[in-house]
Design a protein around this ligand. Structure first.
Ligand code: ZN
Length: 456
């Protein structure tokens, strides 16, 4: 048993004071009661908030952050960025992937993320052939989460084609591709590891409607268990929407809603370009939309209609996608600011007379845990997991401010340096802003970066 004392804690959506939390060896919160710091193993003077789920990450892309910020010959678009990404990923070895992922997950933990949905599609060797162990690259992602402590929902990606209508994959896409049978074998193999890896679960990710054909999508859904999370990139770019209409006479979300049973197992990543019927269909289905505001801004994707969607009860979650910048505060801030700039108004995603930041934060905690197959009590309540971040009460963005403005002050006026301590399953993995393995992990990351940049 581990006992934590909190001077202030956001539990069940309410601020409470002087609480003692007992976490059992499995990481479950078994009691929350009034208490004092003298009764605890760890005493936290500060503002404890639920750990956030990061529902969408491509770990290897952290290594190319900043390498595609200059204009090239072709029109600068998502598709030119993708070309840079393809030349970069062609070189990444299994050990380099682990070095990058470990660095990334340390950064996520220090930002307040306590679990990650790794949308993992870098399966094959640099020559495009399968490794003798088909889970070679997935194992490196698992190793990175074990090394850092972050909770993992591994989402192996099914990727078959280079575009709508079963287009042949490009040479650079050979590291991603699988037949459905080989993919299902990989999922089985990974599922067998779950009992031995604390905090790990498995979902699946048909990459997108352009990379997976309807037969394989239906075959996959008929093969996996009914409660397994299912994530898909959808309607991120206008060109993708146009290509989908040309292929099927339907928009991407329209096609998905007409062909699969959209439900709370689904996470629709981006879903940027929607018409009113599609907004209502997702909101009514219970599916989560995985929003990645920093990446969507970086790639010039467009703006998700968050105000209309949340107004209809739609569920949201946050992801860092390309990992161009790891900041939980900025993901929330940019989600709200995009709406403000677009609608020329303020406090768009908040409830009336309540904290806007708190609403965005708590909705994303709940939606994020649903999307990662960790539903239930994610809000620091009895029966939930002991995953939390403690915000520094002496941070310049927070000091002296009333409690009901603390989340707003962190998200709108602060950054990662507000996050002081982070615990997974009751065990502290970040203390005073530092992860115990951060120096070793950074050194290994630096070596991998030097090798990779030299090979470009
Ligand atoms: Zn993505």
């Amino acid at each position: 048993m581990i006992k934590h004392y909190f001077s202030d804690i956001l539990s069940g959506g309410r601020w409470l004071q002087d609480l003692l939390m007992t976490v059992d060896p499995s990481g479950s919160i078994i009691s929350l009661s009034k208490g004092s710091s003298s009764e605890a193993d760890h005493s936290h003077t500060g503002y404890a908030v639920p750990g956030m789920a990061n529902v969408h990450s491509h770990a290897f892309q952290r290594a190319m952050a900043g390498l595609a910020e200059f204009s090239g010959n072709e029109a600068d678009s998502f598709w030119s960025w993708r070309n840079v990404m393809y030349s970069f990923l062609g070189e990444i070895s299994p050990d380099q992937l682990q070095a990058i992922a470990s660095q990334l997950y340390v950064e996520m933990l220090k930002a307040g993320f306590t679990s990650v949905g790794e949308f993992h599609y870098l399966h094959n060797d640099t020559d495009g052939q399968a490794f003798s162990n088909p889970a070679e690259m997935s194992d490196k992602i698992v190793a990175a989460t074990l090394e850092t402590g972050i909770g993992l929902t591994l989402l192996p990606v099914l990727y078959q084609y280079g575009g709508f209508g079963a287009m042949e994959p490009k040479a650079q896409q050979r590291r991603f591709t699988h037949s459905l049978d080989h993919f299902v074998d990989l999922v089985d193999k990974l599922q067998k590891r779950v009992p031995d890896v604390a905090g790990m679960s498995i979902g699946v990710a048909p990459h997108s409607l352009r990379a997976v054909d309807p037969e394989a999508l239906m075959g996959l859904l008929n093969t996996i268990s009914a409660d397994m999370p299912c994530h898909i990139h959808i309607a991120e770019q206008n060109q993708e929407v146009e290509d989908c209409v040309n292929w099927s006479d339907q928009r991407p979300v329209e096609w998905l809603n007409n062909n699969v049973d959209l439900s709370d197992r689904w996470c629709l990543v981006h879903a940027t370009h929607l018409v009113p019927n599609e907004i209502a269909a997702i909101a009514n289905s219970g599916a989560v939309v995985g929003l990645c505001p920093i990446t969507e801004a970086n790639l010039g994707d467009g703006l998700f209609p968050a105000s209309e969607f949340m107004g209809q009860g739609g569920r949201i979650a946050l992801g860092s996608d390309s990992n161009i910048l790891i900041s939980l505060a900025e993901e929330c801030r940019l989600l709200e600011y995009g709406q403000r700039l677009n609608l020329q108004s303020r406090n768009i995603l908040g409830s009336k007379n309540a904290s806007t930041g708190e609403r965005i934060f708590l909705e994303a905690v709940t939606g994020g845990h649903q999307a990662l197959g960790r539903p239930g009590k994610s809000g620091l309540e009895v029966g939930g997991q002991g995953n939390f971040a403690v915000l520094d009460p002496l941070h310049p963005s927070i000091i002296g401010k009333p409690k009901h403005t603390v989340i707003d002050s962190w998200l709108f006026a602060g950054d990662n340096s507000v996050v002081k301590d982070v615990a997974i399953d009751g065990k502290l993995v970040v203390i005073d802003g530092h992860h115990s393995s951060e120096e070793v992990i950074k050194e290994r990351f630096g070596k991998a970066m030097t090798e990779l940049v030299a090979s470009l």
